[in-house]
Design a protein around this ligand. Structure first.
Ligand SMILES: *Cc1c(COP(=O)(O)O)cnc(C)c1O
Length: 375
């Protein structure tokens, strides 16, 4: 028997500590991808380890219809830290499930079916979320998907205004596109999206699966952009490596969500992991560090390789370096010659999503390696 979905890399990872992971032969790697932004606090953060260990010894699992202190505390923490008036939470196990729920809730709460999504957008791989994902490669083998999805160019308020109408249930959008190449929305686009959806009575959904948890310089990018949607979806970094997703909603959505559930919603161990992650990010000013380190990294990269690459862009510690067709080759060299693990975003972009706790020395290490690899 063997796995078949993943194309495995020639490096076996067995241990992690802070911003570093270690191969089975002891080789050290600076983890500049954090396995797709999943460990914002770095590997083995004591606050998360302790919370999980303590809860694991008490109770591993109880169904979500029995209140449990860990889950209740997480609901309260998310309500306190989300932008007002978002204060209701649906917990699940992944990003695609969080978006799947958001699409269902929007249809139920509005009574409409049409979903507007963006070109180059990525929202997950279950059938509903997949239908709102742009890339044909991900969709083609599984068609027909749910109908009634219209794609608009990203960052184009006029096109959005034309697409959203009285039959629209939701507009789903990443405040900074991740998988699509690290594309930040320009000033005014998210404001326009708020106004357009509100006028049409449609739900505005920010997919913050990648931008959330402090990555772009605020706990939620919504707060940084100063635009409050009707739903925020989260996963990836939410449990600092434990599988958890959330759909955060305003009351009008929560009151008419329809009928939805999942067996593993908000188990106590997972809730303990997410609770420790969110509270540590907030208490340790982790988003501030992400903003400062992101700026430092972008500035240093621009100075070192600005002339060599097509573009360097991003927000906070969500950075894309557009190197052209050689992105995969650059990633391989970074890993094998420099001990740095990074990620692709499409075929042309090297994507950096490190733990948000990195310091200038880590950033310098990356800049030096990038200079050698693309220089
Ligand atoms: C990764 C990602 C998802 C999907 O999350 P999974 O946990 O892999 O299902 C959805 N939206 C965005 C923006 C993502 O980056």
């Amino acid at each position: 028997m063997s796995g078949f979905v993943f194309n495995e890399k020639p490096i076996q990872i067995e241990r992690g500590d802070g911003a570093y992971v270690y191969g089975d032969n002891g080789t050290e790697y600076l983890d500049m991808g954090a396995s797709y932004a999943c460990v914002p606090l770095g590997h083995g953060h004591p606050a998360v380890q302790d919370a999980v260990t303590e809860q694991f010894e008490k109770l591993t699992y109880v169904q979500a219809s029995y209140p449990n202190a860990q889950r209740t505390a997480l609901y309260e923490l998310l309500a306190d830290t989300a932008p007002d008036p978002i204060d209701k939470t649906w917990l699940c196990n992944s990003g695609t499930e969080a978006n799947e729920a958001a699409l269902k809730f929007a249809r139920s709460a509005t009574g409409n079916s049409k979903i507007v999504a963006t070109m180059q957008g990525f929202h997950g791989r279950t059938m509903g979320a997949l239908a709102t994902t742009w890339k044909n490669k991900y969709k083609k083998p599984y068609e027909p998907l749910i109908g009634d999805v219209e794609f608009v160019p990203y960052d184009d308020a006029e096109a959005l205004d034309e697409a959203v109408d009285e039959d629209t249930a939701a507009f789903i959008v990443e405040p900074v596109q991740g998988e699509g190449g690290i594309n930040p929305a320009s000033a005014g686009y998210l404001d326009a999206a708020r106004e357009i959806t509100e006028d049409a009575g449609a739900a505005l959904v920010f997919d913050e699966v990648q931008t959330g948890m402090g990555r772009t310089g605020a706990l939620w990018n919504s707060q940084r952009a100063n635009v409050t949607p009707d739903m925020i979806t989260s996963a990836k970094g939410l449990g600092n490596g434990f599988p958890v997703g959330a759909t955060l909603c305003r009351d009008w959505i929560a009151e008419n969500y329809g009928s939805h559930a999942s067996t593993f919603s908000g188990g106590p161990v997972i809730s303990a992991a997410a609770g420790a992650t969110v509270s540590t990010i907030a208490e340790d000013d982790v988003p501030e560090n992400a903003a400062a380190m992101g700026e430092y990294l972008q500035t240093e990269l621009a100075a070192a390789i600005g002339d060599e690459v097509r573009d360097i862009r991003g927000e906070g510690l969500m950075i894309g370096v557009e190197v052209g067709r050689g992105a995969n080759k650059a990633l391989k060299q970074l890993a094998l010659n420099h001990g740095i693990l990074a990620l692709p975003a499409g075929r042309t972009v090297v994507r950096l999503l490190p733990p948000l706790t990195i310091d200038e020395a880590h950033a310098d290490e990356v800049v030096e390696a990038m200079a050698e690899v693309v220089g």
